[in-house]
Design a protein around this ligand. Sequence first.
Ligand SMILES: [Zn+2]
Length: 416
Amino acid sequence: MKINWLSNNYYLLVFLLILSYSVKGQNNFIPQSKKKCGIPSNGKIQSFRDNQNWGYGYDSLIVDLDRWDSYSFVTIDSIGATVQNRAIWELTISENAEANSNHRIYIHARTHPGEEESFWVTNEIINILISESPFAEFVRSNCIFHIIPMYNPDGVELGYPRENANGIDIESGWDDIPLEPEVAVLKNRFSNLMLSVPNPVKIALNMHSAYSCTRYFVFHDEVGTSENYAILEQQFIGGIQSFFPGGFENWDYFVSWTSGTPDQYPESWWWMNHGENVMALTYEDMNCEQAGLYDSTANAILRGICDYIGLNYINISDENGNHPAGFSLGQNYPNPFNAITLIPYTTIMPGRVTITILDIMGHEVLQLVNSDHNVGKYFVKWDGTNRYKRQVGSGIYFYRIQAGLINKTRKMLLIQ
Ligand SMILES: [Zn+2]
């Protein structure tokens, strides 16, 4: 009986062995929770594929484009065509897209059709940008946002989780010859914006969602970028986090490029061609039942972008008429930290600012900042291992800021 079963099922066994090998090969043995992005295996694939184009299809986009186009500060263009000849639509949002002083930001979403949360966050970014709030007016007057809400419409309409109509994942293959049509279109668009305008792209976000059910940015390790870029990434991510406390994972939640610079991704293209000049990151929203709070997420991303490019909007009220906190001393990040940490702070009055590091006994370790400041948002870096200043041991430290009559202190933990 046993021998019969084996002979009857011999081909099945061989097939299963090959299948398990190839699945492992694809996953590269990375645990599912730490994979870059994707969809949960709970039946969502089938239901959305059959019924809803993953919840938001190309027809829905056309309706929204028509609505967005009614705003004077929104321009809608097709930047090229997909394999099945659908237009890849791009919104440009700015009060004056020709102004050379404006900061240029690029956002493209939904490379992977099954990650529709990436669209919902992007949709809220658009909603904030087209709103009548003073913050929105301020951003529109100082920035040019280019946004592709649906980069892979063929995949959306075909119900594919990750691929274009040729069955290719266009998140990678940016170094392929020949390029997939969608990749060629976006690469060309990026190139033109960087070559032909006096104010090139400063920030490029690539919107995805992952079934680890957390919100995070894919951090590029300094091994694949540079020490300075890694600091800039921490600054960018930390700034966004500060506008949605608890909403995002810390910068070191998902660290990639640890063994060098890859060449197949959009961010690879940005890094290899424009280095530290462009903050190009993948954002991963939640791809799970608990997904939501897209408005809080979008708001934090927009305010973090403003902070990063040094736009001072702190006296600008938000959509509810509230003024964001004036003078503030943010929590350092990372915290706990091993060597380097960043301390964010904001000043609402011009004047002298000092920031002092104190040990657990309240003794001064060193003065990090002692200078006149304009109104604005700042970061200061403390390297707990800096031998030229003073090397200190593991433990609890305080940092104290003094500006005029204001005096605030916070705690941090150094672990060496
Ligand atoms: Zn993805």
